[in-house]
Design a protein around this ligand. Structure first.
Ligand SMILES: [Mn+2]
Length: 278
């Protein structure tokens, strides 16, 4: 019975499966924590979603990443576009008049959806979202709005972090970073924070496992392995080794919490390395 953690798979389904096979992940006994960003960039976003969706809550747990949040926003936007079009047509407007909407007799939910649509467009977000083409790819694969909404509903209920103990070591697992008091830690920080080694301090008595910032971006760490930072009583471990970037040093890392052993899939050489971090 082992506990595994992985982050930022970003559609690298092949490497993900290679690693699980390498450690002989057993769905009946082992547990896998996936720390967000399963979609975008790599070729297998849909396969990643399907694999996790089928096992979620049993052997597999997942927390939210910023790419899941962006996905949800964009699906919500796509849906609200249809509503905006309907309203424009019905009330003979060229473009949606938001001040009219807000003072109209329209239902509160509709107003809220139209306001979301309006703000999303005003901020130019519709231009940069789905820039990885994931939704486009899903639609090409024959997936409809119903399927996109199934993904959205699944992502929206994900927790933002996990807290667990393995062999008397206390872990926080999160996508980008977390700080005390964790109950009050901003969700934005948990999803978007850039935790460069010298930028964030850990939590006393805890080991924080996170991803989001590829370790290959760290100035002094050109080897693309996990980065362990120790400060007095706290330890932080970044396990995002930038697999999706497909650079010579890029790897996907799988960390086993029981013995802190890391397994790497080197996407170019198609082989595996393992090391124990301490
Ligand atoms: Mn991320």
């Amino acid at each position: 019975m082992s506990y595994y953690v992985i982050a930022d798979v970003h559609g690298c389904y092949r490497e993900f499966m290679q690693l699980l096979n390498r450690v002989e992940f057993n769905e009946k006994e082992d547990t896998l924590y996936v720390l967000g960003d399963i979609i975008d960039r790599g070729p297998g976003s849909e396969e990643m979603f399907e694999w996790i969706y089928k096992r979620y809550g049993k052997s597999v747990h997942m927390c939210m990443g910023n790419h899941e949040e962006m996905f949800c926003d964009f699906v919500k936007y796509k849906e609200s576009c249809q509503l905006a079009e309907k309203i424009e047509k019905k009330y003979k407007m060229d473009t949606l008049d938001i001040s009219w909407v807000l003072t109209s007799d329209l239902d509160g939910d509709i107003k809220e959806q139209l306001l979301f649509y309006y703000n999303f467009r005003e901020q130019g977000k519709h231009l940069s979202y789905d820039k990885y083409g994931t939704i486009e790819q899903l639609v090409e694969n024959g997936r409809d709005m119903k399927y996109l909404n199934k993904m959205r509903t699944f992502f929206e209920q994900l927790p933002y972090y996990f807290e667990l103990s393995v062999n008397d070591t206390h872990f926080y697992l999160v996508h980008a970073f977390i700080s005390e008091p964790v109950e009050e830690c901003d969700h934005e920080k948990m999803l978007w924070s850039r935790a460069y080694p010298d930028g964030e301090t850990g939590i006393p008595g805890k080991v924080i496992i996170f991803g989001h910032t590829p370790t290959t971006n760290y100035r002094y760490n050109g080897i693309g392995r996990v980065v362990v930072q120790k400060e007095e009583d706290s330890i932080t471990v970044n396990i995002d080794c930038g697999c999706c970037w497909r650079e010579p040093k890029s790897k996907l890392a799988l960390l086993r919490l029981d013995d802190l052993k890391v397994f790497y899939s080197n996407i170019n050489k198609n082989n595996f390395v393992a090391e124990v971090i301490s």
